[in-house]
Design a protein around this ligand. Sequence first.
Ligand code: TRP
Ligand code: ZN
Length: 879
Amino acid sequence: MRTETEHTIYLKDYAPSPYRIVAVDMDFRIAVDKTRVVTQLTVEPREGTAPGTPLVLDGDELTLGSIAIDGAPLVLSAYATDANGLTVFEPPLRRFVLETEVTIQPEGNTKLMGLYRSSGTWCTQCEPEGFRRITYYLDRPDNLAVFKVRMTAPRDVAPVLLANGNRIDQGDAGDGLHYAVWEDPFPKPAYLFALVAGDLGSISDSFATASGRKVDLAIYCAHGKEDQCLWAMDSLKRSMAWDERRFGREYDLDVFNIVAVSDFNFGAMENKGLNIFNDRLVFAQPETATDANYDGIERVIAHEYFHNWTGNRITCRDWFQLCLKEGLTVYRDQEFTSDERSRAVKRISDVVTLRSAQFPEDGGPLAHPARPDQYREINNFYTTTVYEKGAEIVRMLATLLGEAGFRKGMDLYFERHDGEATTIEAFLAVFAEANGIDLEQFKTWYLQAGTPRLKVAEHYDADRQTYTLKLSQETLPTPGQPNKVPLVLPIKFGLIGPNGSPMAWSGVSGAEVRDEMIVLKDSSAEIVFTGIPSRPVPSLLRGFSAPVILETEASQQDQLFLARHDSDPFNRWQALQDVGMALALEAVEGRPWSDAAVTALSQAMSDTLASDTLDNAFKALAMSLPDEQLIGRQIGKDIDPDKIHAVRKRLLQAVFEPIAQQLLATYNALASDAPYAPDPVSTGRRALRNRMLALLVASEAFGASLLAVKQYQEAGNMTDRLAALSAASSAATPDAPAMLADFRTRFGADPLVLDKWLTVTAAAPRDGVIEDMKAILSDPTFPKTNPNRLRSLVGTFAMSNPTQFARADGAGFRFVADVVTEIDTINPQVAARVLTGFRIWPMLESGRREAARAALTGLASGNTLSRNTTDILTRMLAS
Ligand code: TRP
Ligand code: ZN
């Protein structure tokens, strides 16, 4: 294994390059076995660059054919190439044109970075360091250049030729070839470069911007899938309109193209004017896509579109600043969904994701700040911390400044930094300036890893009529950061009186309190409210106003009171979750829960379901218990997943069996013959109905497993069909195997539906699942080069099957380690990501912990691993 410092890149070492590339002119000659790329770079020395300073360009797996400066070929001694790129020893100290010709092999490119082929289509992925696999370049985000791209390709295999910007020419090139020329007038970093050549179908539409310009929109896809792109197009137009309304941001080119490809390492990519998407985030039709798929498409289409301003027009100075574009853009897509659908439901779902993905990352061996200060492999930093915690930080900024203050800051950000590659410091500075405040302490959110714990104790003094909240915050050490400092915590709150309505106070002291928000800046504070006639119930951290772990002393009675009376929907949901969690923890610790406590939760669930003010989507979220992994992490050490699985199952039965009649009645009442539509009301109805089914099946209430079979067979859409299949499979009903087999027969030919089958299969909490997965993987037709298939099977297993992945005999760990070894030679990015599934290992009980350690050390020894996988493995074992 590598040593600690080898290849480590530090933020403190950032320095501008001595040369700048200001213009790029490329000529791609695409043929079916290799592609030749002729590139002309217009290069300028930066002011102050000393004579004789070499020009060092990045390059990876390129074969150099020729090289010239201003038309004159370079002599052999004037340059050198190695595994990392090209050095020109003494370039002229003036503007010059460097021309290179390289050969690349997209056909053999299974890493899916640079130019590769997916189902016959040539396509690119350049973020973060893929462009160097296409040509020699300053492959760093602070070099902005204008690009002109000419491509020539066989007309029969590649009738469609696309690149960034506007098409300025096209025509026949003889010999069955044709060409197109594209020009992008906006200077951009190389990671936003894109090119597509293939035989594709398309749909088109147009959008009129607020200032009256017409933008031509198109989505390209495999032939025959065109009518599955309509929802994506609809989402795109709504995104464009929303960014104008909410942030005053208009689109800036005459065309906006999206291409759906089947082999893609991530969700999608925001290349200027030419977004490339994993096809699972484009294709939707009711028979094969679920409500969750429709949601995901809407969200990611919006996300990539919003990058046009937050990412492309204003980009990152270096990759340490990744959350400058990602955290902000996730915040923007969250706001879009909140405005288009239900704000409360969106917030709850986002917090569920944050807690199930980001909190474990932040509390485990891979913890890192939202803005890291070192990395060995940047691809491993496209994490939930950078994206989702990054979005939480922006959300806190908006909470602290208020909507108007936040918008003022955003306006100034666009005004001041348009066309720049910038930093988190510059981002914070505009908000400070626009609002006349200091954000120095707030900045710590970007620098300090770990989830803060916020402890709350309360005291009511009836004589003095005062109510005191004692708050304290603490962040535990994380790898490389033993000492932590206090953060700025915006804590939205309310006090609720005995009749369930808000309680006012006559005075407050002890910390900054405004607009029903406490701003905690110190490690502790005692906040005293005066003029309080009786003990209130506090509703704290409303809307999850800061990404912390809240530890209160609230009694079950208080929590059930909040579940009934809180005006904040997030905290109503949270209160029910807390009651469920407390019961689960008691049982895991071997203290049997009291009948009264379980009955009270049952009753609260029943009341929630019966409410005529709450909507169905909210009820669907509320009618649930914390999942097994959440319970495990709450316990925090010596986790025994089997024990948790058994306890949760018993608790589900104890809480929901007594109200099974009501669940069934609700299930029946929510049936509908209406044709499928993805609107919020229909989606909410299906969500609640399918939740009822899952609860009935899980609590083994009267013949519910047969209900699942019936729904599975009669379903008119994939949402209902998959919900029935998942309910049966996760409860391991007797019919589940036959249903799974049927699903495979019905849908196995559609790769995106096959992924659903792989997911349900991999998540099943039953012995034998590992053998089944081995059989699936050893089938020669299983495409091990496709990231979607691999993630659906192995990724799901490692992340969402706690009892089988963490089997006591270590078979789950060994299985994942073996698969990682194999796919690491094909696609290191995917291998490294699957490996992160091990991050729970330090929290497991000792037997499982040792089994995990053995699998990890086995992986580390005796294998030549990629830098991606080595980096994750090293950090994983350091803890
Ligand atoms: N910028 C992309 C997004 O946020 C992320 C991305 C797409 C990516 N493809 C990638 C990151 C490949 C790393 C590698 O949507
Ligand atoms: Zn993004």
